[in-house]
Design a protein around this ligand. Structure first.
Ligand SMILES: NC(=O)c1ccc[n+]([C@@H]2O[C@H](COP(=O)([O-])OP(=O)(O)OC[C@H]3O[C@@H](n4cnc5c(N)ncnc54)[C@H](OP(=O)(O)O)[C@@H]3O)[C@@H](O)[C@H]2O)c1
Length: 263
């Protein structure tokens, strides 16, 4: 699917990869619906995207963890936008603490945003796509969901859920002509790392290998256009993830060693 003149809904568009995706889609001539909680940041991204595309960009301030606000988003879409051609489930959060130390409230928030809200929005928008028998759903998961590391345990569990959900969804929706793309990036240079580990130890440790959000966004747009099922970047992490499934016991010890564990 080419994005020119298509309507693309991006969650978590106020910063990081979501903002980069908004600019990349705008450059292709897409009409955008951008969602996040921080209204001012979202308006700034919307204004820049509008300048790039000359097309309509709607900014919807929403907390995706609140089901009532998801309903409000659907009403706004119905009244102001019509059909969504591409849904990009990008909003997410990570907390890098050992599983036994992470407070339940943070576990619940992480799963609500990264997994349950993603599923709820997918269901709502997916039903409208199914009625028209066309659409694209992009789920931003993570290499963390495949290459589990200590302290990312809960985040990895959530992203593994997103990967599994996306795989099943792809099989269910293919007969309805709806494409499902799973994106599994390694570390990206965004605000994510500081939220996950406010000491910035993690951000500093991965600074040398972190992906550029704009370059990744451009690759995601290409993956949509070429109907890829998965985008795994960077490739050495993907190879490591595959080796992990072949040699799990060795991998557990290596990954938890100071040589590889950067948290
Ligand atoms: N950065 C990495 O190293 C990395 C690696 C692999 C995968 N990922 C995934 O990539 C995606 C994007 O993250 P990022 O790296 O771009 O981090 P980011 O800059 O922190 O972006 C996260 C986005 O999610 C939004 N968000 C957070 N809570 C929300 C809520 N309750 N309701 C609505 N929106 C909410 C944030 O906006 P507001 O705060 O304004 O609501 C923000 O726009 C996430 O799914 C993340 O798990 C990141």
């Amino acid at each position: 699917m080419k994005l020119a003149n298509k309507t693309v809904l991006i969650t978590g568009a106020s910063s990081g990869l979501g903002a980069a995706l908004a600019y990349a889609a705008a450059r292709q001539g897409a009409q955008l619906v951008l969602c996040a909680r921080r209204g001012e940041r979202l308006r700034q991204v919307a204004a820049q995207a509008r300048a790039l595309s000359g097309r309509r960009v709607l900014a919807v301030r929403i907390d995706l963890t609140q089901p009532a606000q998801l309903d409000r988003l659907m009403t706004v879409l119905k009244q102001k936008v019509g059909t969504v051609d591409v849904l990009i489930n990008n909003a997410g959060v990570g907390y890098f603490e050992k599983a036994l130390d992470l407070p339940l409230a943070k576990v619940q928030h992480l799963f609500q945003l990264d997994v349950l809200s993603l599923m709820q929005l997918t269901q709502k928008v997916g039903l409208t796509m199914a009625a028209l028998r066309r659409g694209v759903i992009v789920n931003i998961a993570s290499q963390a969901g495949k290459l589990v590391t200590p302290k990312a345990t809960v985040y990895a569990a959530a992203k593994a859920a997103v990967i599994a959900y996306s795989t099943g969804l792809r099989m269910e929706l293919r007969p309805l002509n709806i494409q499902v793309l799973t994106v599994n990036p390694g570390p990206i240079k965004t605000e994510f790392a500081h939220i996950a580990d406010p000491s910035d130890q993690y951000a500093q440790a991965v600074a040398g290998i972190a992906l550029d959000a704009d370059q990744l966004a451009a690759r995601i747009i290409r993956a949509i256009e070429t109907q890829r099922r998965e985008l795994n970047v960077p490739w050495p992490m993907e190879i490591a993830a595959r080796l992990r499934t072949l040699f799990p016991a060795i991998a557990d010890r290596l990954i938890a060693s100071p040589l590889f564990d950067r948290k």
